[in-house]
Design a binder for this molecule. Structure first.
Ligand code: UTP
Length: 292
């Protein structure tokens, strides 16, 4: 068997409306809200870069131009910092500056759902497997969730879905997979169901927002009818792809924060701040003052 084509490109769908964060997201995309000193989108891009991704594809929408600016070279800022000798600030900018030609931006003209947003990247991805990262799901782990998935992909090829354990009573809130036999560092996926009714989930492993998909998903997305919430859903198209291709699961054991919700966003800020030696001691004192 020839080795699978490598995963070189990653898609970041950032065209959602972010209604759960209104009014903050009226003019500022939710992906640009910050966890400490980095916008939410930067965490997913860093995770992808750590996993060896070479090209970063953003599916944006109206009012999202500032995301493109964030990954651009800011000449005036750079020039001013240089004139003032602010080397530390220049180093920070350099660290997060993508190389020229490694980013692409395409627009989802109408927010018709996550599946539709992914389909909008088809021309840029072409005929090769790709990673899909939902930037709202911010992951905290040394190795990086996508790096673990890439290891599994090199063993198995096919399609990979990252999963995580959740309390059984919570399974109805998520996309949940059915776990088959172990395979390499992961396991076979024998089924998936979106938001199963309480007591009917095939496992307590939920789909956490990281995927490696084969390009055949695009033809299925093109024909996919709207599903839950009247939106074109990626899970519906994956269920169809699973009839002809294999899906494997990676079990992620780090921490995930759903930064599309206020609670997850605050928890992420707390977790990253408590990990920062410059902030943690004072923050712990403040928390203790507020809670006693
Ligand atoms: P969400 O379900 O969180 O929706 O999208 P949303 O619109 O962004 O946020 P709320 O619910 O109104 O607060 C999950 C992911 O899919 C993207 C979002 O940007 C987010 O990364 N998405 C969703 C799109 O790119 N396009 C869509 O049409 C829908």
């Amino acid at each position: 068997m020839s080795p699978p084509k490598p995963v070189r490109k990653a898609v970041f769908p950032v065209a959602g409306l972010g209604t759960r964060f209104l009014p903050a997201t009226k003019a500022v995309p939710k992906e640009m809200l910050t966890i400490l000193d980095k916008p939410v989108i930067q965490y997913a891009v860093d995770e992808a870069r750590q996993a060896g991704i070479e090209h970063f594809v953003f599916v944006t929408g109206r009012n999202k131009a500032v995301i493109e600016d964030h990954f651009d070279f800011q000449y005036e800022l750079h020039d001013t910092l240089e004139k003032r000798g602010k080397q530390e600030a220049l180093d920070i900018l350099a660290k997060y500056q993508p190389d020229a030609g490694t980013t692409s931006f395409t627009r989802q003209q109408k927010p018709l759902g996550l599946g539709h947003a992914v389909w909008c990247a088809r021309e840029i991805i072409g005929d090769e497997p790709f990673a899909l990262l939902l930037p709202d799901m911010v992951m905290k782990d040394k190795k990086g969730c996508l790096s673990g998935m890439m290891d599994l992909f090199r063993e198995t090829g096919g399609n990979i879905i990252a999963t995580e354990e959740v309390a059984w009573a919570e399974t109805h809130k998520y996309g949940v997979i059915e776990r088959g036999n172990d395979r390499g560092a992961g396991f076979e996926i024998t089924g998936m169901v979106e938001k199963p009714k309480p007591g009917t989930a095939p496992s307590n492993l939920f789909i956490n927002g990281r995927y490696i998909l084969q390009p055949e998903i695009f033809d299925l997305l093109e024909k996919q009818k709207p599903g839950a919430g009247n939106e074109i859903q990626i899970t519906d198209a994956m269920q169809k792809l699973a009839k002809t291709q294999q899906f494997f699961g990676h079990l992620f054991t780090g921490n995930t924060y759903d930064c599309g919700s206020k609670e997850g966003f605050i928890r992420a800020n707390l977790a990253f701040a408590l990990d920062d030696p410059e902030l943690s001691a004072d923050l712990l004192v403040e928390i203790s003052k507020l809670t006693t």
